[in-house]
Design a binder for this molecule. Structure first.
Ligand code: ASP
Length: 494
């Protein structure tokens, strides 16, 4: 059904069928670009492109963004973050705003902090060659926010945090206009991006999708939309969790039924392993949503998990791209892809876990043992990550930060008292290492390849769990062995 081709590793690509099937659109790499292959594909002719903080850190970056938008007339809805770090030691505008809000709430002077924020925007304005009145407006806006009601500190904080994106989108639209784009700032309020009133942790209300579709489809020119925040039904500014501009981009893409959601950042693609652990780790050109979810769970920091949910539900292909090298095709994340047996896309790892091992002779005959064990965790407000079980034992993997010594004492006592366990062991300092790939399920010998790689590297496996999704295999190892394990698995499968 799908045309498929294989590009060799020597060409810098993985040896996969580089074809992705989304609901109606097929993609393939041609001349280093993703192009749609299906004649039947129903296209909206719209792409939503989101640019992160490092892509907007100074005028030079913003002008790169302007050129990227110009290069593709279907890039019609642009979501901007606040200016990020210009150098490794720089401070993000959002962090400057948070500090400023905290000072204000503590009754301290904020003049110095305010000046520094205004100067960040002014630097971009000057270097991008747009008139200075926009900076006066930005300063006025910031002062108004700082003078607003502080009776609810969380609400006040959100109002300040949102100022980075809101003013950057206004400045961005002005810069785009000056450099030849017919660009328009659109306010999330006017476009109807309605959120729940959980400050700093808001969720999108369903009606937003309809509102946004109405406001954005057919909008003239290029829409420049601030990321990270929206409004409650009462008209208050409310933000998503940190990094939430990704969520805005995905919501807009779903609302306008975009052909794709492009997420521009400062790396060429998603890598098959953390390049800080595996030097020269290869790029992943194609991933399914499920693979992405498993990888990001186990430590791939590309997206906020929640961020891609709206795009996933709407089956919008997501393209991770690099602002500094827009010619690279990046990583395409799609609903389905063709794959070959044994196909592993990545090795991810994450620290900070612990396991509670519970032994009880004849546990297998006791109806409800697992439920009661997990009920104890629930009563203690512990969210469990995995719960592998054997005939007479069951372990529950938890986040170590939630499992304080006091909680541990309570949980252990309850398991002995209420469940009459024979023995309980607590193993702290664990890391989870995961190999992920759609083709894993259909292949004999994957586990033995992985376990021999780990044993050859001298890594002791504390726990093994083949996810019920069957596209991943998880190994619990001591945190000190994490990097060794990642390297060994990468070498075994790539
Ligand atoms: N500027 C916000 C933050 O730093 C949101 C974002 O960049 O996505 O978290």
């Amino acid at each position: 059904m799908c045309p498929s081709g294989t590009l060799g590793r020597e060409a810098g690509w993985l040896k996969y069928s580089l074809v992705a099937a989304s609901s109606a659109v097929l993609f393939v790499v041609k001349k280093n670009k993703w192009v749609t292959m299906s004649k039947k594909a129903k296209k909206s002719g719209l792409k939503v492109a989101k640019f992160g903080g490092t892509s907007l850190a100074n005028a030079e970056q913003l002008l790169k963004v302007c050129n990227i938008v110009k290069a593709d007339p279907t890039r019609r809805i642009i979501v901007l973050s606040a200016p990020g770090k210009r150098t490794k030691d720089d401070v993000k505008v959002t962090d400057m705003l948070i500090k400023c809000a905290e000072q204000k709430l503590a009754g301290k002077s904020v003049e110095k902090d305010l000046r520094a924020i205004v100067d960040r925007f002014a630097g971009i304005q000057k270097d991008a060659g747009v008139p200075g009145d926009i900076i006066q407006e930005i300063e006025k806006d910031l002062r108004q926010r700082l003078d607003s009601d502080k009776s609810n500190p969380a609400r006040f904080m959100d109002l300040l945090k949102a100022a980075g994106e809101d003013n950057n989108a206004k400045l961005g639209a002005a810069v785009f206009k000056k450099h030849g784009l017919d660009a328009y700032y659109v306010s999330p309020k006017d476009a109807g991006l309605l959120l729940t009133d959980e400050h700093g942790n808001a969720l999108v209300l369903d009606e937003s999708y309809k509102n946004l579709n109405k406001a954005l489809v057919g909008h003239k020119g290029v829409v420049v939309f601030p990321g990270f925040f929206g409004y409650t039904k009462d008209g208050e500014v409310v933000t998503f969790p940190r990094g939430g501009s990704d969520i805005t981009g995905a919501v807009l893409a779903a609302a306008v039924k975009a052909d794709s959601y492009e997420n521009f950042t400062d790396v060429d693609s998603v890598f098959a392993a953390d390049p800080r652990i595996v030097e020269g780790a290869q790029s992943i050109s194609l991933l399914t949503y499920r693979e992405m979810r498993e990888l990001s769970y186990a430590g791939f920091g590309v997206f906020h998990d929640e961020a891609i949910v709206p795009a996933v539900h709407a089956k919008i292909p997501i393209n991770v791209k690099n602002t500094n090298r827009p010619e690279a095709p990046g990583t395409m994340i799609v609903p389905d892809r063709t794959y070959t047996a044994g196909d592993v896309v990545g090795v991810a790892s994450s620290e900070g876990f612990c396991a509670v091992y519970v032994d009880k002779y004849l546990m297998n005959r006791e109806v409800g043992f697992g439920r009661r064990l997990l009920q104890i965790m629930e009563d203690e407000k512990l969210s469990y990550e995995h719960a592998p079980s054997g005939i007479d034992n069951m372990s529950v993997v938890l986040r170590e930060k939630d499992f304080t010594p006091e909680t541990e004492a309570k949980v252990v006592k309850r398991i002995y008292d209420e469940m009459k366990a024979d023995n309980i062991d607590i193993d702290r300092g664990l890391a989870l290492v995961m190999i992920v790939g759609e083709g894993m399920h259909y292949t004999v010998g994957m586990a033995s390849r992985a376990t021999s790689a780990l044993s050859n590297a001298g890594v002791n496996i504390e726990m093994l769990n083949q996810g019920s999704s069957e596209i991943s295999m998880m190994f619990g190892v001591k945190a000190v062995d994490r990097k060794k394990a990642v390297k060994a698995l990468y070498d075994a499968f790539f």
